[in-house]
Design a binder for this molecule. Structure first.
Ligand SMILES: N[C@@H](CCC(=O)N[C@@H](CS)C(=O)NCC(=O)O)C(=O)O
Length: 220
């Protein structure tokens, strides 16, 4: 097996999605810090590897792949001992892919907007986050996991963004009972503490002033 290198920082939800998948697949890897808060994603060497200058970036035996969704699907295809994390069945895989695109286009996009100061009103940001929670409540209507009744990369992709958004809009068990139970279930993953908790602590610390003013504003 070639050497796997993951570039990024724990603060980033898509980096954590890749870390969760590497742990779930029990793969050895090297973690190299590339910190966008210090502008390190623009280093010449890094941009050669990833012209889109995003984290995460995975290097497997010298071959580079960017975008967490492409990376975690690749890891499962190449290293998964079974197809449970990324099913081969066409329909089941389509449902997993749907959730990956949901994470990319809706959940993570709304997560970024939620954490950044933009021209969008706070009311609108919160409404959009709550709507994303409503969608996931529907995903979970007849199943224990985001795509069926077992753990897939749909869960590992959604977990870091959702748990980060939970800092702004708590996943209330009355409003989103299934989503709340799913989050509790995910917290039992053996590598959850190591991968996700530190990332969330870093986000909470970095965003403390912003979160305090958002909470104050939302109470007005
Ligand atoms: N869809 C991408 C999103 C990656 C992304 O936007 N990462 C942010 C950090 S959370 C980043 O690299 N920002 C720096 C930049 O875009 O220059 C993925 O899932 O990997």
């Amino acid at each position: 097996m070639g050497k796997i290198i993951l570039y990024g920082i724990l603060l980033s939800p898509p980096v954590r999605a890749v870390l969760l998948t590497l742990h779930e697949l029990d793969l050895e890897f090297e973690f190299v810090e590339v910190n966008p808060l210090k502008g390190e994603q623009y280093n010449e060497e890094y941009v050669k590897k990833n012209p889109q200058h995003t984290i995460p970036l995975l290097e497997d035996d010298g071959q580079c792949i960017s975008d967490s969704h492409a990376i975690i699907a690749y890891l499962c295809r190449k290293f998964g001992k079974t197809d449970s994390l990324y099913p081969k069945d066409f329909y089941k895989r389509a449902i997993v892919d749907n959730r990956l695109h949901f994470e990319s286009g809706i959940l993570f996009a709304r997560c970024l907007k939620g954490f950044r100061s933009t021209s969008e009103t706070l009311e609108n940001k919160l409404k959009n986050i709550e709507e994303a929670y409503d969608f996931m409540e529907v995903f979970l209507a007849d199943s224990t996991h985001m795509a069926g009744n077992n753990l897939t990369i749909a869960d590992l992709s959604i977990l870091p963004s959702l748990s980060s958004l939970d800092l702004i809009v708590p996943v209330n068990s009355t409003k989103w009972p299934k989503l709340n139970s799913w989050l509790d279930l995910m917290k039992k993953l053996p590598y959850y503490e190591e991968v996700n908790v530190e990332g969330l602590r870093l986000i909470a610390e970095m965003l403390k002033p912003m979160l305090e003013s958002m909470i104050a504003e939302s109470k007005k």
